[in-house]
Design a protein around this ligand. Sequence first.
Ligand SMILES: [Zn+2]
Ligand SMILES: [Zn+2]
Length: 141
Amino acid sequence: MNAIDRLGLLAELENSHCELNHGPGTDNRDFPAVDYIVIPFGYQIDEVQEEAAREMVIPVCAECAEALCGEEWTLLYCFECNSSQWVCRKYAKMRYRHHILWLRGCPDCSYEFGGLYFNEITAFPDDQALFLKAQMKLSAA
Ligand SMILES: [Zn+2]
Ligand SMILES: [Zn+2]
């Protein structure tokens, strides 16, 4: 994603709404987006070369952005059907340390669980959320 793409996305932010799960009976139009989380999908060519094949961006509201930065919640996100679910770490059976776990397939889109997705790209640590605005500050510096 280049600087022009990023600016285009930010221009659209005003008309975007959070795409994460706010629970049953909620309307995402009530949650205006304030930023995007960026998911780079890529693979490693060899030990030094990495290829970011594509990037996916998801608009998030202030509330979700905050939860993604805190230690209380882990987001499970299925990139096959774009459904998501929040897990409160305190009450979870498993010990979560990631802020987001990407799922390849979930009960919403298929009953065949395709496994967890881990990014191979070392430049993008997968235990924390990447935000578009923060990324722009980095590239401008
Ligand atoms: Zn939200
Ligand atoms: Zn799914």
